[in-house]
Design a protein around this ligand. Structure first.
Ligand SMILES: Cc1cc2nc3c(=O)[nH]c(=O)nc-3n(C[C@H](O)[C@H](O)[C@H](O)COP(=O)(O)OP(=O)(O)OC[C@H]3O[C@@H](n4cnc5c(N)ncnc54)[C@H](O)[C@@H]3O)c2cc1C
Length: 245
């Protein structure tokens, strides 16, 4: 059995590691020419951390991320409204880990290349089309930078892990159309600061149409002695969106 995975993001690489762990051959096909550690903060919830622990990656996550202890809400004037425990403190067997998305991606990429071999993580392979065959699936790729054909590969099945603008979803569910924008704009950024509150607290402040979110994503010492922190702002209309939390 061979699984073709379209997309070398968080989902695609995690799937590749899990399949490899249970002895199923797979290959990752990534659209971009070079996978780089992009993004800002991401919160990996206990059920997801559980999978990463099973893959033997907890030490690496702990070395880079922060075990989020609590989520606290404040009014737009900074008055405390509500606080609730997270991860282990909330009774889970696994922690919630806040980490730089690029760091998480790099941890997954390094492990995938180490365990599956670089030949099974193909970049510049953008899934262009696929068809069913008697044996499974035939998938055709192109190099988006040059527009040139990047080959056709046979597999037992194809998994679409190709992100929000998934080509797999578009083909399987053409009636859905592109993702709908909810009208929200989110500004993201990271900054260094001293630890605040418990040192492992995620805060949200504001109200339903204007919200500020801040959580630590690294305790790694910086050259100036500080620690990396993330600040995330969110502006818009209507109910708050938690898309990137
Ligand atoms: C560059 C980037 C930065 C991000 N930064 C953050 C962040 O800071 N915080 C946060 O919470 N979330 C961030 N996200 C979103 C977050 O990573 C995903 O929503 C989440 O991890 C879901 O993972 P996924 O594997 O489904 O998709 P993604 O992690 O988005 O990965 C999808 C991958 O598929 C590839 N791809 C797309 N189309 C094709 C195709 N046709 N053929 C082959 N490959 C294809 C993309 O290049 C990408 O590498 C980011 C995503 C990306 C791509």
């Amino acid at each position: 059995m061979t699984v073709l995975i379209a997309g070398g993001g968080i989902g695609g690489l995690t799937l590749a590691l899990s399949l490899h762990q249970i002895g199923i051959d797979c290959r990752v096909f990534e659209s971009v020419s070079e996978l780089k550690p992009l993004g800002v903060g991401i919160n990996v919830l206990p059920h997801a951390v559980r999978e990463l622990i099973e893959l033997g990656l907890l030490d690496k996550l702990d070395a880079s991320g922060v075990r989020t202890k609590e989520l606290s809400f404040f009014s737009k004037h900074g008055k405390p409204i509500w606080s609730e425990p997270r991860g282990i403190e909330a009774g889970y067997k696994w922690p919630q880990i806040s980490i730089h998305r690029g760091t998480l991606h790099q941890i997954l990429l390094d492990a995938t290349i180490e365990r599956l071999g670089a030949e099974n993580v193909l970049t510049s392979h953008h899934l262009a089309s696929f068809t069913d065959t008697p044996e499974g699936i035939s998938a055709t790729f192109l190099d988006k930078a040059t527009g040139k054909d990047a080959g056709t590969y046979q597999g037992t099945l194809l998994v679409g892990a190709d992100g929000i603008h998934s080509a797999v979803r578009e083909k399987l569910y053409p009636q859905e159309g592109p993702p709908l924008w909810n009208g929200r704009i989110l500004w993201r950024g990271i900054t260094e600061s001293d630890a605040y509150l418990s040192g492992r607290t995620m805060i949200m402040a504001g109200h339903e149409i204007l919200k500020f979110v801040c959580y630590p994503i690294s305790n790694a010492p910086e050259p100036n002695g500080g620690a990396e922190r993330q600040i995330s702002d969110q502006l818009g209309g209507g109910a708050p969106s938690a898309a990137f939390l």
